[in-house]
Design a protein around this ligand. Sequence first.
Ligand code: SF4
Ligand code: SF4
Length: 210
Amino acid sequence: MASGKSFSDYRHFVRRYAQFSKVFYLSQSLLPKERGLSSKSQEVLCMLNKRRTDAQRIIAELNSSLSSVCADCKGECCRGSYDHFTYIDYWLRRYSESPLQTCGTEGFVPFRQSLLKRFGLHDQSNDKIGRNGCTFLHDGGCRLAVTDRPIRCVAFTCSRLRRAMDTQKHVMYGRLIRDLFLTSVCAFNILKEEADFPTRYGYLSLLVTP
Ligand code: SF4
Ligand code: SF4
């Protein structure tokens, strides 16, 4: 049973997070932020943003019974002085009632480094990210409502948090993160189309994510 859960952890959370990182990374060079999009793309992005907020709202409900785990650790995963919002967050919200003014790129970890990290071989002493803390972090945790948080933050789960989930919650959480991932991929597809990139751009990279 334990190994079943470990594999499920890997498949639905660890590997998925690595795939998210790739989509975030690949999307940042597609279009300049000030570029206007077609009305059809705007409409689809608004629809996708609604899907994103719905998924994040349900994740918040699931998280309510797990909040003591994060409260005890005081937001270890919220370290990093970079902007946790990515271009995917930016474009999803661009035509919403609460658009983002900015988004960051510094949180991206090069692939080789992320692989070493995954296997515990990464020397963290040289990391420039990881110590100062996100500007939204305060003593009581994140200032932002879960629906307003960066996708990156909502999609991240540490092993402590996953261990605190019972099987049913684990499955539901994995499904919601998958939904957030598919929403991000749909937004990525729109950006590719607007930038005249081939639809297949990035797919192989996502597929071979270890
Ligand atoms: S997800 Fe994990 S590392 Fe992040 S605040 Fe919760 S317990 Fe801490
Ligand atoms: S936005 Fe909130 S959840 Fe994300 S890193 Fe900052 S404090 Fe943490």
